[in-house]
Design a protein around this ligand. Structure first.
Ligand code: SF4
Length: 271
């Protein structure tokens, strides 16, 4: 299993391929939003490549652990979005906000009347004037941290790749929660806080995080702004976690969110 030790989003010179600002695009497709308050809404998904974290369960493995992409100019992306009927656009990744050009893309799409959701790990807050209609913030819990025993995408790590996993274990753990960035998102944009749970044991960390954010922000965070989502990239994996996560939602007052795209299409790409 190839495991990159660095984000490889900057390893190509976009100017050699595309005139003007560009983004590394892993996928661009139309589907239903599968998660969160807009679950079920037809949407065009723009998946950028590259992430500053390395969750072991990353469901977009080809944007984080093994980034693959082609560069597209911003106008080329806008034209590609316009080929679909949906008027909701979801900018996702990877972590789309590691790219400055994502801000320009969001504003260009908003100028054309699209509703823009940005799916983010919440570590890099964009400027307040960015035209985000919904910041779908997914802070990464301690249970997301990769270890040699819990390698990416459930695979096995070859001996010559274990150093990269060790390196990422430390970097991921150091960077996965940034309270200032999370508070900035909450102050600047309509938001949902979406947590991937591997089980009941994740709840105390979520409660500590929400308490910390409530203390740092003037904007109220309702319990129903907090969404609990079962970990699982396939139907069989989801079946193991969703009942317990649903019970945690009932007990805590937080909101449960399904993963419609997994229920509908299992782990097929472009869903
Ligand atoms: S933050 Fe998101 S894209 Fe990045 S490694 Fe984690 S799950 Fe994957």
């Amino acid at each position: 299993m190839p495991v990159s030790s660095e984000p490889r989003v900057d390893d190509r010179d976009p100017a050699s391929k595309v005139d003007g600002p560009a983004l590394p695009i892993n996928e661009l497709f139309e589907s239903l939003q599968g998660e969160g308050v807009l679950a079920g809404v037809p949407s065009v998904f723009i998946r950028t490549s590259g992430c500053n974290l390395r969750c072991w369960f990353c469901d977009s493995y080809h944007t984080s652990w093994e980034p693959t992409h082609a560069w597209m100019g911003l106008e080329e992306i806008v034209d590609a979005v316009a080929e679909f009927d949906a008027n909701h656009v979801v900018l996702t990744g990877g972590e789309p906000l590691i790219h400055d050009a994502s801000i320009s893309l969001i504003n260009r799409l908003a100028d054309r009347g699209y509703h823009i959701t940005v799916e983010t790990n919440g570590t890099i807050a964009p400027p307040p004037e960015t035209a985000i209609d919904l910041a779908s913030i997914s802070p990464k819990l301690a249970s997301s941290t990769p270890t040699p025993e819990r390698p990416p995408a459930g695979g096995e790590v070859a001996a010559d790749e274990s150093a990269a996993v060790d390196d990422w274990q430390q970097r991921h753990e150091a960077n996965r929660i940034d309270y200032d960035a999370l508070a900035a998102f909450i102050e600047r944009f309509p938001f949902q806080l979406k947590f991937v749970l591997t089980g009941r044991g994740d709840l105390p960390e979520i409660e500590t995080l929400i308490d910390g954010l409530r203390a740092r922000t003037e904007t109220g965070i309702a319990d129903t702004d907090v969404l609990l989502m079962p970990e699982g990239q396939t139907r069989s994996q989801l079946a193991e976690t969703r009942r317990e996560v649903a019970e945690v939602a009932v007990e805590s007052g937080y909101r449960y969110t399904p993963r419609l795209h997994v229920d509908l299409w299992n782990d097929a790409p472009e869903t």
